[in-house]
Unconditional design. Structure first.
Length: 415
């Protein structure tokens, strides 16, 4: 959905949710998810207006659609989206595939940007995005999010290889735009424990990447600011926004997401137990603790449990707060009776973004709700109807924040 502001002519906010929530292994599965989740959600929220979607296609599907033999299937996908009033303005090219498969964990970063398969996947997504967005409004763009290179630090050779791959992708995006496609911003997403783990580190990494890409990097390489990731690293919203919206890197999109929080863990054994009980085999749940002695970090919940059973437990229990990378519904102020969330962090980030359109790097702000963990939250996995209802609550929360800032839904197109 698009939103406009009476005092900011020409500026737009485009809102979507990320389809990695119901990621599929093939195109038929992607279409099934659109029919069972996206279309009912559109009917509840859009009021006849185009309904934004954050497209996720695994590498095998993206590669097929971008290849000559997939041209017919891509035309069919484009026709389906157009007929149903779905607006595919943003794309997620972070997970390569098997996103909801047990054992994924750190593997979500593979292949790295030093491996040719990552570049090929991203180029395929860019080609699909160009076909699905034959034109964009003046001053607008298409965004594609990706990780910053690899999980963990890069050695000099790896850093050079990653920077070169990003530069080649930027040149490819120039070619697509020169051939009549939309401006596309490949948006690098900082994540805890990645080679660029927070917004400040990402800003420094982008300087190096842009130096390799030259003018192409200035226009086509930007930032995906994930509110959950920023909160886990204890960035203040103001710090995160200042680092992410720093020229010349454009802001590709803001992923509206929320992490888990355990304030005062020492005196809250039930909260500690509730957090440890959320360990599951699919996603990576990095944990950061902050206290007077600084910050403590582990890569996943089993590592936290090991730390609490070791001499390091005193330092962890002395923290003022723990935060865990676990994308939880963005409307929720808590998860159960014991665990808090960082909802206020995401809310404030959005408020800062809405009040600073000059820092967007284009005329529109891409806003993507990214809660993909519904299947591993406490309780049984939600049936499609319950999932749609949960997504609607998330949307209503974000839409209320937009309305409070003076933003209004763009009118439905005339028939």
């Amino acid at each position: 959905m698009q939103w406009s502001h009476p005092d900011l002519p020409g500026r737009r906010v485009r809102l979507a949710y990320c389809l990695n929530l119901h990621a599929a292994d093939d195109l038929d599965g992607t279409l099934a998810g659109l029919r069972s989740i996206t279309l009912p959600l559109r009917d509840r929220l859009a009021g006849g207006r185009p309904f934004g979607v954050g497209v996720y296609l695994p590498a095998a599907v993206a590669g097929f659609l971008a290849a000559p033999e997939g041209a017919g299937a891509l035309e069919g996908l484009a026709a389906f989206l157009a007929d149903e009033g779905l607006d595919p303005f943003t794309f997620n090219a972070f997970p390569f595939g098997r996103f909801h498969a047990p054992g994924l964990k750190r593997g979500v970063f593979r292949p790295t940007w030093a491996e040719p398969e990552r570049e090929a996947f991203t180029r395929a997504v860019a080609g699909v995005a160009a076909r699905l967005n034959p034109s964009v409004a003046r001053g607008g763009h298409v965004s594609i999010s990706t990780h910053t290179g690899a999980f963990g630090a890069l050695d000099p050779e790896g850093a050079e290889a990653c920077a070169a791959a990003f530069a080649r992708c930027a040149v490819e995006l120039v070619r697509l735009e020169d051939e009549g496609g939309p401006r596309t911003i490949l948006s690098l997403e900082a994540e805890p424990r990645a080679n660029a783990g927070d917004s400040r580190a990402l800003a420094e990494w982008l300087e190096r990447v842009r130096a390799a890409a030259g003018e192409a990097g200035t226009r086509h390489l930007g930032v995906c600011l994930d509110a959950c990731h920023s909160a886990v690293e204890f960035e203040s919203p103001a710090q995160a926004w200042a680092a992410a919206a720093r020229p010349p890197a454009p802001l590709g999109k803001l992923q509206f997401s929320s992490a888990l929080s355990v304030p005062g863990p020492s005196g809250r054994p039930a909260a500690r137990a509730a957090l440890e009980a959320l360990d599951e085999p699919v996603y990576l749940h990095q944990v950061t603790g902050r206290g007077s002695a600084g910050e403590l970090r582990v890569d996943d919940l089993p590592d936290l449990s090991a730390a609490l059973a070791s001499p390091a437990s005193d330092a962890w229990l002395a923290c003022d707060e723990w935060r865990c990378h676990f994308h939880v519904p963005v409307d929720a102020a808590s998860l159960g009776a014991e665990l808090g969330t960082t909802r206020s962090h995401a809310d404030e980030l959005l408020s800062l973004a809405l009040s600073d359109p000059g820092a967007w790097g284009s005329d529109e702000l891409h806003l993507e709700i990214e809660t993909y963990t519904w299947g591993v939250l406490p309780g049984p996995p939600p049936a499609p109807e319950a999932l749609v209802a949960g997504l609607e609550r998330e949307y209503r929360h974000v839409m209320a924040l937009l309305a409070a800032g003076g933003w209004e839904p763009a009118p439905a197109p005339s028939v």
